[in-house]
Design a protein around this ligand. Structure first.
Ligand code: TXA
Ligand code: MG
Length: 340
């Protein structure tokens, strides 16, 4: 038996309390609620209710070894879920919370194993989106929430994407319009506070983190190389969501460098979709042009992939974006979306 998904519109800047009270009641009862954050939509559950958390894994068809981010209002709420709060956590949360930074810290014993996948670290983030913040305040609970998509599918940046990816597996969606940033948060491990390690690139850059900490931040080597992590057998991965195909659309997606792009391989392909950032002749293919600045590009990338997928494109050709510090997280996601 499935029930149709309840979809509630919420003003993204000044959220009304009534829909958020409904959502909070559902969370307290152990149910799932999809809600907007400034990065992507999350699929939320009461983080301290292990049964509720397990429902997230079922809905996403996500393997249980892949831990979840717990969303909190502020550093004080985060700290209550940890056993240790190093000076580095204090510095970073003061400077960057609420915002797109997730910190991994030693977990408190009352954080369920289902959340951390049995690991010793808990991932914590205070989202900046007014709807997420108001929901956290009304529910007065920590909310475990991965991106609200089926496992390995593209993350959702609109309520429609959530509905398309999860269907009736999610009982309630709070529709707060498109997400501002469009890529998932930066994930930084502080499990060894003297050796902070970036596990996922995002809007908060390594340079920003280093400037705040006054110390070097290492980048997990597989992030630079795009190597696969987490889907493999055997040893547990420190951040299993780094699986290479984690962000892949269902259409075959190919990233083309300048030379390959100039040859317009979509010319004879009626079912092709194109994602470009420079002027381009689509030859009848479905073309989406993204802004040439990293913020605009990041905001539009997943939306473009979702749009071409729902237009039934069989092959998506993507013009490799520019290089440069502001583009690193984008290249990381492009690499994952296009790895075969
Ligand atoms: O922007 C975001 O972070 C979004 C919104 C909804 O907040 N959430 C999100 O969650 O992207 P998810 O589950 O799709 O990605 C979480 C990432 C995964 O790569 C996961 O493996 C890693 O964080 N992670 C979570 N808990 C961890 C932990 N305890 N230790 C190491 N990595 C962890
Ligand atoms: Mg995800």
């Amino acid at each position: 038996m499935t029930t149709p998904t309840v979809r509630l519109s919420v003003d993204p800047a000044h959220p009304e309390d009534a829909p958020l009270e409904q959502a909070a009641a559902r969370l307290r009862a152990g149910g799932l609620v999809a809600f907007p954050t400034e990065t992507v939509y999350g699929l939320g559950a009461h983080a301290l209710d292990a049964d509720a958390v397990r429902r997230i894994f079922e809905a996403k068809q996500r393997p249980a070894h892949n831990p979840l981010i717990v969303h909190v209002r502020d550093a004080a709420d985060a700290r209550a879920l940890t056993r240790a709060w190093p000076a580095q956590a204090e510095l970073l949360t003061r400077a960057l919370w609420p915002g797109p930074l997730t910190l991994i810290l030693p977990r408190a014993s009352h954080v369920p194993d289902a959340v951390t996948a049995g690991g010793d670290g808990v991932a914590l983030r205070a989202p900046a989106h007014p709807v997420a913040r108001r929901l956290l305040a009304i529910a007065a609970l920590p909310i475990a929430a991965p991106s609200a998509n089926r496992y390995t599918h593209i993350s959702p940046t609109r309520a429609d994407h959530v509905a398309r990816s999860l269907g009736d597996r999610v009982a309630m969606i709070l529709d707060g319009g498109p997400c501002q940033l469009g890529l998932e948060s930066t994930v930084l491990s502080l499990m060894r506070p003297d050796a902070p390690e970036l596990l996922r690139l995002g809007a908060v850059t390594r340079e920003q983190l280093e400037a705040i900490l006054g110390a070097p931040v290492t980048v997990r080597p597989s992030l630079e190389s795009g190597a696969d992590e987490g889907e493999g057998e055997g040893a547990p991965s420190p951040s299993p969501g780094l699986a290479r195909r984690h962000y892949a659309p269902q259409a075959l997606t190919r990233a083309l460098d300048e030379g390959a792009w100039a040859q317009a391989p979509w010319r004879h392909d009626a079912r092709a979709g194109l994602i470009a950032w420079q002027p381009c002749d689509p030859h009848g293919a479905h073309l989406i042009t993204l802004p040439a600045d990293p913020q605009g590009y990041a905001r539009g990338l997943y939306d473009a992939l979702h749009a071409l997928e729902s237009a039934a494109c069989e092959t998506i050709y993507l013009e490799l974006p520019p290089r440069g510090p502001g583009w690193r997280a984008i290249h990381d996601r492009v690499r994952r979306a296009t790895s075969a």
